[in-house]
Ligand binder design. Structure first.
Ligand code: NAD
Ligand code: LMR
Length: 327
């Protein structure tokens, strides 16, 4: 029996693939904790409302003790009213042969509307995690359309890239994923991202000592950066359960902290590391006291700067492409 008042959590795209994993993890207490009851708001477009209703029925049938209320709606006001955590998943996924930026036209407007609704109705300390692609720029659009909130309340999801990289490093070195520290994926959730092991350590040893340069440049970086496309190629649809898992990891750490450990979060840049202030970019961060703090003071080599700049340039180009949706 738990005593606390329920906290409202909104998931958009509730009839979709990612939501079908994500909602069960949230309902299980994996985001706010096992003592925190939750109220779930499922937002869908009208044409997919029946699908979302079916998901709600199954959630109910799972008899999670923490779930106090489930709402299914196509009305953003109702979905975001008083919400403390919003997972903005609802958006078109790419298919074989597409880049995520190709989705900008189709998806950008969703985040204008939802940014506004969050601005007007969500709890003032709401945390918003944008999963729908292209996630960084969609998060920028949502934040720009929520002028009464702090842009830092809007994140893009790059935790999946982070987790993918840890899994590759674990496979290569024989260490467990949780043994790696000081690892980051810089830039955009796209093929230009830079999974960077320069600062990474395992057991107090530099990871760079355990891997060779060729594997790092020719295998590791492209494997991590193109993993989304590889999943689509092999599975026939874009990643879903791993994306949901990463979304839970991100929101959990944002709320509870990361115990001083680095995580990759796509958050508004403060201008550090040559990344334009305000762009939502993957950065080395530590979650503390409910916010992400950028790890400052890292010395970058020219090679690191070049890779970061290439990804940041893509973020600038995406921002320019949606300039009419930014205030
Ligand atoms: P999906 O097509 O299975 O589900 C998307 C759902 O969103 C659909 O049910 C659709 O009706 C709904 N939707 C569309 N517009 C909406 C709106 N305005 N409001 C509410 N719901 C809306 O897709 P999916 O596999 O769940 O993926 C969702 C998004 O997440 C895609 O853009 C995908 O590319 C992205 N994604 C991002 C990451 C990441 O790491 N950032 C990882 C995986 C997938
Ligand atoms: C992923 O990284 O798996 C997602 O962004 C889906 C995609 O389009 O690659």
């Amino acid at each position: 029996m738990t005593a606390a008042n329920p906290v409202k959590i909104t998931v958009t795209g509730a009839a979709g693939n990612i939501a079908y994993s994500l909602l069960w993890r949230i309902a299980n207490g994996d985001v706010y904790g096992k003592d925190q009851p939750v109220e779930l708001a499922l937002l869908e477009i009208e044409s997919a409302l029946d699908g979302a209703k079916g998901v709600a029925m199954e959630l109910l049938d799972s008899a999670f003790p923490l779930v106090r209320k489930i709402t299914v709606t196509a009305d953003p006001k109702e979905a975001f009213d008083g919400t403390k955590a919003a997972f903005l998943v609802g958006a078109m996924p790419r298919t074989k042969g597409m880049e995520r930026a190709d989705l900008l036209n189709a998806n950008a407007k969703i985040f204008t509307e939802q940014g506004r609704a969050i601005n007007d109705y969500a709890a003032r300390d709401v945390r918003v995690l944008v999963v729908g692609n292209p996630a960084n720029t969609n998060a920028l659009i949502a934040a720009n359309n929520a002028p009464d909130l702090n842009p830092s309340q809007f994140n893009g999801m790059m935790r999946l890239d982070h987790n993918r990289a840890l899994a590759q490093l674990a496979g290569k070195t024989g260490h467990n994923t949780d043994e790696f520290t000081r690892f980051v994926v810089w830039g955009n959730h796209s093929a230009s991202q830079f999974p960077d092991v320069a600062f990474a350590e395992v057991d107090g040893r530099p990871v760079a000592d355990l891997i060779d340069d060729r594997w790092y440049a020719e295998d590791f970086i492209p494997t991590v950066a193109n993993r989304g496309a590889e999943i689509i190629e092999v599975r026939g649809k874009s990643s879903a359960a791993s994306a949901a898992s990463a979304a839970v990891d991100h929101m959990h750490d944002w709320i509870h902290g990361s115990d001083g450990q680095w995580r990759t979060a796509a958050i508004p840049s403060d201008g550090s590391y040559g990344i334009d202030e305000g762009l939502i970019a993957g950065l080395p961060t530590i979650a503390k006291d409910g916010t992400w703090e950028i790890v400052h003071g890292l010395e970058l080599t020219e090679a690191q700067k070049e890779r970061i700049e290439a990804s940041v340039q893509e973020l600038r180009d995406e921002r320019a492409a949606v300039a009419d949706l930014l205030k």
